[in-house]
Design a protein around this ligand. Structure first.
Ligand SMILES: Cc1ncc(COP(=O)(O)O)c(C=O)c1O
Length: 406
């Protein structure tokens, strides 16, 4: 019966064009990659506009050398969870380094690292959402925050995307002991940003705390690369920051930075920290190099290039969208290297994505439930390793395909 039920459900997914497909990369992460589909009927080098390797650090020689050195010194797996025997000097050094980096933005902070951002978000939501607590969550928050919220037992209020008036009226009505406002720093599907100064004022006014998932802002935004919080001088100090290390930092892992009591309590209670094998120490070791580069001149240079690529891409897309106004496309209001081109229905998004694939570009179609229905899109992401020429070639391909849609 189970198999029959699953097959029926798969058929429903297939009929509504919701089946996901597996691609197998045959070369390392980069802006150009050899990929196969599962039955090997497609095998070709593609220009990628879909990875989160925003700074190109996944193939940075110094970081790869540090990874090799980390393995030489620290060996393979950590062998146990952090609280048994798996917590090693590189894990500790990474936490200290991250804590120092954010000391001006979140004073007297502590840091706790996790193997993935998904686990960090589960930890923060389940642990801080205990007891008499209410959660206020932006409707476009990442799935890992949503899953964490589903696991916590608090009452949940979902406000329309960036609608802080709606949020305020929810906060006004609230009577619980603890209030948690939960938001992505940079929204992963639209590329726009939360208004942290407005949220910070609301947090003060209603005695709330703000959980910011800055997976796509950390390393990318701000002169120093500290992300969405870097330019927010007037923050209230009621911030719990989640950052990931598998995107701009080029490796893997995540961190939470917050007030000492919050981190101490997470350390005691977060099941996705306590009951899992600590990440390879070599990764933490290599992250020390990655963060040095990211927050130094190399990071500044790469972020400047990224900014100019973003401008070039947005200019090209805006021109195309207004020239083809009959097709009903629009671009998301992004201020980051994530750019959505919204086509509306699922089939058009899939057609656009597969048309691009045939022309040598890997750009995924994003469909519900990842985005609200009627907003299916292709999602483009840029890396500092892209060139202006990569973008020009992509725009040529898009013009051909969008002309066909018209
Ligand atoms: C906004 C956001 N938060 C969290 C995560 C999860 O991070 P990780 O991939 O390290 O599990 C992602 C990853 O895709 C993300 O986009």
């Amino acid at each position: 019966m189970l198999i029959k039920k699953l097959q029926d459900r798969m058929n429903v997914l297939a009929q509504s064009n919701m089946l996901r497909q597996k691609w197998i990369a045959q070369s390392r992460t980069g802006t150009h990659q050899l990929i196969n589909n599962a039955d090997h009927s497609v095998s070709a080098k593609h220009t990628l506009f879909c990875s989160n390797d925003y700074l190109g650090f996944a193939s940075h020689p110094d970081i790869l050398d540090a990874l090799k050195e980390g393995i030489e010194i620290w060996g393979g797996g950590s062998g146990a969870s952090h609280l048994i025997s798996g917590h090693m000097a590189p894990h500790e050094q990474l936490e200290m380094m991250l804590s120092r980096l954010f000391s001006q933005i979140i004073p007297d902070n502590r840091c706790l690292t996790f193997s993935t951002g998904y686990m960090a978000n589960l930890a923060v939501m389940t642990v801080l959402g205990e007891g008499d607590c209410e959660v206020f969550s932006d409707e476009l928050n990442h799935a890992s925050l949503i899953d964490g919220i589903r696991l916590c037992k608090s009452k949940v209020n979902i406000y329309k995307h960036r609608d802080y008036e709606a949020l305020e009226s929810m906060l006004k009505k609230n009577t619980s002991d603890i209030r948690l406002i939960v938001t992505d720093g940079v929204f992963s599907m639209d590329g726009d940003q939360a208004d942290l100064s407005v949220l910070s004022d609301l947090a003060v006014k209603y005695d709330a705390w703000i959980i910011v998932d800055d997976a796509h802002g950390y390393g990318v935004l701000g002169k120093k690369g500290l992300g969405s919080l870097e330019n927010e001088k007037e923050l209230s100090g009621r911030i719990i920051l989640v950052g990931t290390l598998g995107k701009a930092a080029g490796l893997s892992g995540a961190f939470v930075i917050a007030n000492q009591t919050i981190i101490d309590y997470l350390f005691q209670r977060a099941r996705s920290y306590v009951y899992t094998t600590a990440a390879l120490p070599a990764i933490s070791f290599a992250l020390l190099t990655s963060l040095k580069l990211m927050h130094g001149n190399e990071g500044v240079r790469r972020r400047n290039h990224l900014r100019s690529l973003e401008g070039h891409l947005r200019q090209g897309l805006s021109g195309m969208v207004s020239a083809q106004s009959n097709v009903g496309l629009h671009i998301t209001k992004s201020s980051s290297p994530i750019q959505g081109l919204v086509v509306g229905d699922v089939l058009s998004a899939i057609d656009l994505s597969s048309g691009l694939l045939e022309l040598g570009f890997r750009v995924p179609a994003i469909r519900p439930p990842t985005v609200p229905s009627g907003t299916s899109r292709i999602r483009l992401t840029l890396s500092a390793d892209h060139t202006v020429n990569d973008i020009d070639r992509l725009m040529d391909a898009l013009h051909i395909l969008v002309n066909k849609l018209a």
